[in-house]
Design a protein around this ligand. Structure first.
Ligand code: NAP
Length: 290
């Protein structure tokens, strides 16, 4: 699928979210902009949902593009005058720009999810896939999963109706279960890939699923990222499982967004180094800082 590219470069870049102070996008995007010798600034704008329309009006006036984060991805998708196919299927936008008067929305979280799944499962998905969560990022993961030959899919969600609606919107075939469902244990034990798309583990060392419940050949993909990896990925690696947190997804969604805005590939090396890392995580090894 060809990614959309802006007809004119944005004059500035912003990340809109609430809260947004924690976002690392300004760090690695600014480094990539400098390396590409583009004199464009990338800044954060804390945007509560009730300020979204005013902020988007300002972006239109200033000809700014940028990224969207929690809790605005679905709200921006509703406001776009043009959506890429993947953004339409996900019902969520993480990358935007203006073409003339049109607000264009795309979803590069799908690229980030694809890159991570490819790295974790280079030989494809050979068993059930279990997705935890049914929010905006789960939507992007589901779009990525439907782009490949995927085995049986189960979504585990604490609000099952949200997961059912998500499967329908994305056009994915799958089963929805609650985490206390008796069948979930067997599923986890035979899964080729288990993906956490909930915020569990973001602020503490809580695990979305106990590592002992996973099979000995299950790959672990945590969308959450923390310095030195999340507790879940560290525990998985300690058990000898292939595991990645959300950092590769973060960098890859950012690189794909950069291509949308400027039509060129950014330096991923520069992006990783600006985060204090040598490159994407190596499976089996605890990440070390540069
Ligand atoms: P979201 O739209 O708020 O959805 C969160 C989902 O997790 C919902 O289904 C929610 O259930 C569920 N959930 C929340 N707390 C839970 C708990 N304690 N137990 C069970 N389920 C719980 O958020 P999102 O945008 O999908 O983001 C989810 C996570 O992914 C965040 O930590 C975010 O930082 C991360 N993320 C990472 C990247 C990356 O580049 N690495 C990109 C996007 C997102 P309900 O529907 O019942 O509320």
């Amino acid at each position: 699928m060809t990614a959309p590219v802006a007809r004119e470069h944005p004059r500035g870049l912003v990340i809109l979210g609430h809260p947004v102070a924690h976002s690392r996008s300004p760090v690695f995007q600014s480094a990539a902009l400098e390396a590409a010798q583009l004199s464009v600034r990338y800044t954060r704008i804390d945007t509560p949902p009730d300020r979204l329309d005013d902020t988007l009006r300002q972006c239109a006036e200033e000809r700014w593009g940028g990224n969207i984060t929690v809790p605005l991805k679905e709200l921006v998708a509703e406001r776009c005058t043009r959506l890429s196919n993947v953004a339409m299927r996900a019902g969520a936008v993480n990358t935007f720009w203006f073409d003339g008067n049109q607000l264009v929305g795309h979803n590069t979280d799908v690229d980030g999810a694809n890159a991570t799944i490819d790295a974790l499962c280079p030989n494809g998905l050979n068993g059930p896939v279990v997705l935890l969560g049914a929010g905006g990022s789960a939507a992007a993961v589901l779009v990525a999963l439907t782009e490949r030959k995927s085995a049986e899919l189960t979504v585990i969600a604490r609000t099952p109706e949200r997961a059912e609606a998500l499967l329908t919107r994305v056009g994915a075939t799958g089963v929805v279960r609650s985490s206390d469902d008796a069948l979930v244990n067997d599923l986890l034990g035979s899964a080729s890939l288990v993906i956490n798309a909930t915020p569990i583990g973001m602020r503490d060392d809580a695990l979305p699923v106990a590592i002992e419940r996973l099979g000995s050949d299950t790959a672990v993909y945590d969308l959450v990222y923390r310095d030195l990896g999340t507790a879940w990925t560290r525990a998985a690696k300690a058990r000898g499982l292939r595991a990645e947190d959300g950092l590769r997804m973060l960098v890859e969604q950012g690189a794909a967004a950069f291509h949308c805005w400027f039509g060129i590939e950014p330096s991923r090396d520069v992006m990783w180094k600006s985060l204090g890392l040598n490159g994407p995580p190596q499976h089996g090894a605890i990440r070390s800082s540069t």
